[in-house]
Write a protein that binds this ligand. Structure first.
Ligand SMILES: Cc1cc2nc3c(=O)[nH]c(=O)nc-3n(C[C@H](O)[C@H](O)[C@H](O)COP(=O)(O)OP(=O)(O)OC[C@H]3O[C@@H](n4cnc5c(N)ncnc54)[C@H](O)[C@@H]3O)c2cc1C
Ligand code: FES
Length: 257
């Protein structure tokens, strides 16, 4: 883990709540190795109540531009300030934190399922799978079309399936209602998003004996195992989601009990 200053290279508004920030180390330092599923902790300056850093997933790494992408959803003061960052603005970040999704070496069929801003780490994961010659399917869900973000980035790395609750894009309903889950057989499922969605995906995978990992977005304070505020109950005992996770094998979680 390193603490580095970053400069905002671009800040694109994707919809009324979500921004995509592309940041580079301010002193041109080479980025440390970062893996899909890992996250950064961002110090939010000029905010009254955000003395704790805010955890944000690594959405993509572009090594040739030494660039990190961060997909931020404005839900409170901290993320709102991040969405308002000007190009050229500075961000102090701890990079990278947490464990990562397991990228199996054996061939197989892969499904990456995301909802809301939980789609963020799945783009980087899909890119890594693509680099290894592994084709994967993405299944992304949201309330409506405007909530399914970065569609052209996803389709560069695999086949994209979508569900929306209002039916404005793809199938109407939740991700677990998508017909692809009935028609195709997957060996690995990786998921990130709202907990009810991940529980439903985990149940689907468990019933079919599919290897499944979920990335949790537990509330975090320190991000590196010092405060115990992110503890998750698992079959290995209470574990810090920030250091032992955020990615867990669903069989370690107690969701399906
Ligand atoms: C490992 C990890 C990766 C994450 N990746 C991303 C990401 O890529 N993009 C992104 O936009 N957000 C991500 N989040 C969530 C993000 O950290 C929170 O939304 C943010 O901390 C909220 O800060 P705030 O100051 O804006 O809002 P606050 O004022 O702190 O909270 C506003 C509202 O959001 C809720 N909230 C705060 N944190 C979370 C959380 N972790 N999960 C669910 N609800 C929360 C609060 O309960 C409150 O209702 C991630 C969280 C974790 C733990
Ligand atoms: S956030 Fe402090 S221990 Fe995990």
């Amino acid at each position: 883990m390193k603490q580095l200053d970053f400069t905002v290279r671009s800040n694109d508004k994707l919809n009324d709540q979500n921004h995509l920030l592309k940041v580079v180390p301010s002193d041109n330092e080479q980025l440390p190795e970062m893996l899909p599923g890992q996250f950064v902790q961002i110090l939010v300056e000029n905010a009254q109540h955000t003395f704790l850093r805010r955890p944000i997933s690594i959405n993509n790494i572009v090594p040739e531009r030494n660039e990190i992408w961060l997909l931020v959803q404005s839900v409170g003061e901290g993320t709102q300030k991040l969405c308002e960052m000007a190009v050229g603005g500075r961000l102090n970040m701890l990079v990278p934190l947490g464990n990562s999704f397991t990228i199996p070496s054996n061939p197989g069929s892969y499904l990456l399922v995301g909802g809301g801003v939980g789609t963020a780490p799945l783009l980087f994961l899909g890119k890594k799978l693509h680099e290894r010659g592994i084709a994967c399917d993405f299944l992304l869900g949201g309330a409506s079309e405007k909530n399914i973000l970065q569609r052209s980035d996803f389709t560069a790395y695999g086949t994209l399936y979508c569900t929306t609750e209002d039916g404005s894009l793809g199938e109407k309903g939740y991700v677990t209602h998508h017909p692809v889950l009935q028609h195709k057989k997957y060996d690995f499922i990786f998921t990130c998003g709202p907990k009810p969605m991940m529980v439903a995906v985990a149940r689907y995978a468990h019933e079919r004996g599919i290897v499944c990992e979920a990335s949790l977005e537990n509330l975090m304070a320190c991000g590196f195992g010092a405060c115990l505020c992110c503890v998750e109950k698992t079959t290995r005992g209470n574990l810090c989601a920030c250091t032992e996770g955020p990615v867990f094998d669903i069989n370690e979680l107690t969701w399906l009990d």
